[in-house]
Design a protein around this ligand. Structure first.
Ligand code: SDX
Length: 436
């Protein structure tokens, strides 16, 4: 994989009068890297890059991002083509297996998902022991980790069972998410219905009621498919790198994914979609004075950030945000909700920010989280479940990345170095003589 992209060109590094020649790597889309894998052995030096802003951890065939041009491709297909033409299950298959499924392959994958929709009844009792108002992300991470105790395939060679493990996890995470919501309301659980598609099943498990059957709305199903596709992978973001790092210690898939869920929970990462809705609500409740929030975001002494704006990689409009904004308009119109005040505030906030030098100079644009919460809210999903929705979408990407890492013969356990800046070695002081 990566070794096929090491070129004959070398970077020259001069240190202490010695020149080191480091191979240059050029990826299939022209991305360039200096290969420093022998640097410490040859020179005794390491590189320093807190936040890994300039450091590549792997070669990957899964997702290509161009932050400057606002490009996002899964396995070579543009995110727009996939969002416009596929279901989430089709894209999940593409990410995990590397090619778009034939009709037969898609039907077989769909049957696996359907057959794995239930969770072990013993697992359902776990819900009774989480304190009321437990975070759905904390429940999701705990339940996914616990799944590994229920399924024997975890002990075998994961790559032999990857189809089954992927389908089982993608199906069950949806059930766990819906069950945690129903439990939080004290409502009876709604079991998966084998007649429904993946997204329709989730909606039915969330909202069906013994007293008022839930009517499946195809516009909502279509918008949810699109949202999950747009969240399905994003190369080496914080949570995906967590899945790879934990998995590199040869931890099973479910435990690795559980770690990724915990990373995604952070308000600077997947937790931003929930924070956006709280921000828009605050603006709405204080009379719509969004300019005050823009000024706060620009104030270096104010920790407030315009949530849903900015991105480590995109220094252009996040292509996902554009598609979500359009899907938002379409779905709200079809539901007769196009006068949603939060959507109006979001659009005005975007408009003001994109014309403000502070945001322009820093290439701050709306990201995937800026509009997604407005759709989830219109569907009836509570804001504390928004990041769970992000996890449902991101799961196939996490699985694909974990499989790629596990499958790489050159993969090593992840173990970054550091530069020690603490006290130099000093004599031990027995407690009797330590000064209070
Ligand atoms: C996701 O990595 C991925 O791919 C993530 C993701 C995925 O699909 O997995 O795309 C999902 O996590 C999207 C991001 C969701 N987070 C938010 O919306 C939170 C708000 N955004 C920021 O906190 C921030 O933009 C980050 C965390 C997203 C990126 O942070 P970086 O790359 O470390 O950028 P930075 O903090 O160095 O910011 C550079 C400058 C700073 O100003 P100066 O010090 O140069 O004066 O831009 C400013 C920052 O203060 N800045 C913002 C801002 N984001 C950056 N100022 C105000 N509001 C913001 N949102």
């Amino acid at each position: 994989m990566l070794h096929n992209f090491v070129t004959d060109k070398k970077a020259e590094l001069k240190i202490d009068g010695k020149t080191y020649y480091l191979p240059i790597i050029v990826g299939s889309e022209g991305e360039k890297a200096v290969d420093i894998r022998t640097l410490r052995t040859e020179s005794g030096y390491i590189t320093m890059d807190s936040g890994y802003m300039n450091t590549g951890s792997c070669g990957s065939e899964i997702t290509y991002l161009d932050g400057e041009k606002g490009i996002l491709n899964y396995r070579g297909y543009t995110i727009k083509d996939l969002a416009d033409n596929c279901t989430f299950v089709e894209v999940a298959y593409l990410l995990v297996h590397g090619s778009l499924p034939t009709r037969t392959e898609l039907d077989e994958f769909g049957s696996l998902l359907t057959s794995f929709g239930m969770i072990h009844e013993d697992l359902i009792h776990f819900f009774d022991h989480f304190p009321p108002n437990s975070s759905p992300m904390s429940i999701l991470s705990s339940m996914v980790n616990s799944l590994s105790n229920f399924y024997a395939e975890m002990k075998g060679d994961p790559l032999e069972n990857i189809d089954k493990m992927a389908a089982r996890l993608i199906s069950k995470i949806r059930t766990i998410a819906a069950f945690s919501y129903r439990k939080s309301l004290g409502q009876p659980l709604v079991y998966p219905n084998h007649d429904y598609s993946y997204c329709a099943n989730f909606l039915n498990m969330m909202f069906d009621s013994p007293v008022k059957p839930y009517e499946i709305n195809e516009e909502i199903v279509s918008a949810l498919n699109k949202l999950l596709i747009l969240h399905a992978d994003h190369e080496q973001n914080c949570s995906t790198s967590t899945v790879r790092l934990v998995g590199s210690a040869r931890v099973n898939l479910y435990a690795s994914i559980s770690a990724g869920i915990s990373a995604l929970w952070g308000p600077l990462h997947g937790g931003a979609n929930e924070a956006v809705i709280h921000m828009l609500n605050d603006i709405y409740k204080t009379g719509g004075n969004f300019k005050k929030y823009v000024e706060r975001a620009k104030n270096p002494t104010d920790p407030f950030r315009l949530v849903g704006f900015g991105h480590r990689v995109y220094k252009n409009y996040d292509p996902r945000a554009q598609i979500i904004k359009e899907a938002c308009d379409k779905m709200l119109k079809s539901l007769g909700m196009s006068d949603d005040p939060l959507l109006d505030i979001a659009k005005e906030l975007e408009d003001v920010a994109l014309r403000d030098d502070y945001f322009i100079e820093r290439n701050l644009y709306p990201n995937v989280d800026f509009y997604s919460g407005i759709i989830y809210r219109a569907i009836g999903i509570p804001s504390n479940m928004f990041t769970v929705m992000f996890a449902l979408g991101r799961l196939p990407g996490w699985i694909a990345q974990w499989k790629e890492m596990w499958d790489d013969p050159n993969w090593r356990i992840g173990r970054p170095r550091q530069i020690y800046v603490g006290p130099k070695q000093r004599p031990f002081i027995p407690i009797e003589v330590r000064k209070e």
